[in-house]
Design a binder for this molecule. Structure first.
Ligand code: ATP
Length: 348
């Protein structure tokens, strides 16, 4: 059992705030992903939980016990980093066994535990190889097995897939998902990759500039982004955002008009996703020449330019048109997201 509580946790270096007032309870066995752009404070938050960084303020509890003053080795957390730091002179078996030796675990347990951990990451056939004789994906799996073998209360993973090529990233991601299901251990996973976050997480914490922007399930943050930062960070392509004004339920901006909206009068930012819009010949709310076309295999992404911004729409894979040809994009009003024009916060 390992519930983790963060209460007003902050990290400052001089006047620079790396993490600002982080508050969250991470449930026992939850898979929590910290997501955000480079420098938003994800790694610092995780390092404070691990005990590798002292908070400047606030309280961290693991299972109700304040751990602020506990050494990393006394917190019962195992970390996996993007650089896997294996011992080059030890073979896979010895690398996986290493934490058991360091912690003085009963030697009679070692073999069974190493075999169990290596089987979980499908390394049974590689136990005698040295790290130099492994692929990047296999090395990362040794690092995972080395964390698993400890049977910790908490896993902390910092971008464990970022050194792998695209294909290996997908297969190792699936393996981590499967492992987390099997092991059922509280896990905190740091990434800047929204697909990783969406596929792995029970809940995602979206951060920017040290501040938590939204906490929710992958579906919640995708379907109801709390602000324009989350709206544009989650989803590929980014949500289309148009600055304009609502009068009597009609949104107007330079490029378009959308009526039938249930919102008070005033300036707003209106958002809609490419996959919620439709491309037609004439009857959309936005009519403009095609700026670019991308064939994705299962669909086609079409973009038009409105002022300085690109507006994208997803359409059928059989869609055929040329750059410069005029198209019309229909925005279904029940798929519009409205945000405060000044604060960026979701309305309604
Ligand atoms: P990345 O995805 O690039 O690893 P991150 O979201 O994990 O980024 P952090 O490493 O947590 O970001 O850093 C948060 C901010 O704190 C950054 O602006 C970083 O420059 C700053 N920072 C980190 N460590 C220190 C330090 N020791 N002294 C001063 N500033 C630091």
């Amino acid at each position: 059992m390992a519930e983790i509580q963060l209460k007003n946790v902050s990290k400052r270096w001089g006047s620079f705030v790396g993490v600002d007032n982080f508050n969250l309870t991470i449930a026992d066995r939850e898979f929590l992903v910290l997501l955000g752009p480079s420098g938003c404070g994800k790694t610092t938050t995780m390092r404070m939980i691990a005990g590798l960084e002292d908070p400047s303020g606030g309280e961290i509890r693991i299972d109700g016990r304040v751990v602020n003053d506990l050494e990393p080795k006394d917190r019962d957390v195992a970390m996996v980093f993007q650089s896997y730091a294996l011992y080059p002179n030890m073979n896979v078996y010895e690398n996986i066994r290493f934490p058991l030796r360091v912690r003085g675990t009963d030697p009679s347990e070692h073999e069974a535990r190493v075999m169990r951990a290596s089987a979980m990451v499908e390394l049974d056939d590689f136990l005698h190889r040295k790290p130099a004789e492994l692929s990047g994906g296999q090395r990362q799996r040794v690092a995972l097995a080395r964390a698993i073998v400890r049977e910790p209360n908490v896993f902390l993973m910092d971008e464990p897939l970022s050194n792998l090529d695209a294909k290996l990233r997908v297969s190792t991601r699936a393996q981590i998902k499967n492992l987390s299901h099997e092991l059922s251990v509280t896990t905190i996973y740091v990434t800047h990759d929204q697909i990783e976050a969406m596929t792995l997480a029970d809940r995602v914490v979206v951060m920017e500039k040290g501040i938590v922007q939204q906490v929710g399930s992958p579906t919640e943050i995708y379907d109801r982004p709390a602000n324009t930062f989350v709206a544009s960070f989650i989803g590929n392509p980014a949500m289309n955002l148009l600055e304009g004004e609502i009068r009597d339920g009609t949104f107007r901006c330079e490029a378009t008009e959308i009526d039938g909206l249930d919102a008070p009068d005033g300036p707003v930012t209106l958002g809609f996703r490419a996959e919620d819009s439709e491309v037609s010949a004439t009857d959309g709310q936005i009519t403009a020449p095609i700026y670019t076309l991308e064939l994705l295999g299962d669909a086609t992404m079409v973009a038009v330019r409105l002022g300085g911004a690109l507006v994208t729409a997803k359409t059928d894979k059989s869609f055929r048109a040329r750059i410069g040809e005029t198209i019309s994009i229909r925005i279904p009003r029940d798929h519009c997201h409205l945000f405060d024009a000044h604060t960026g916060k979701r309305l309604g």
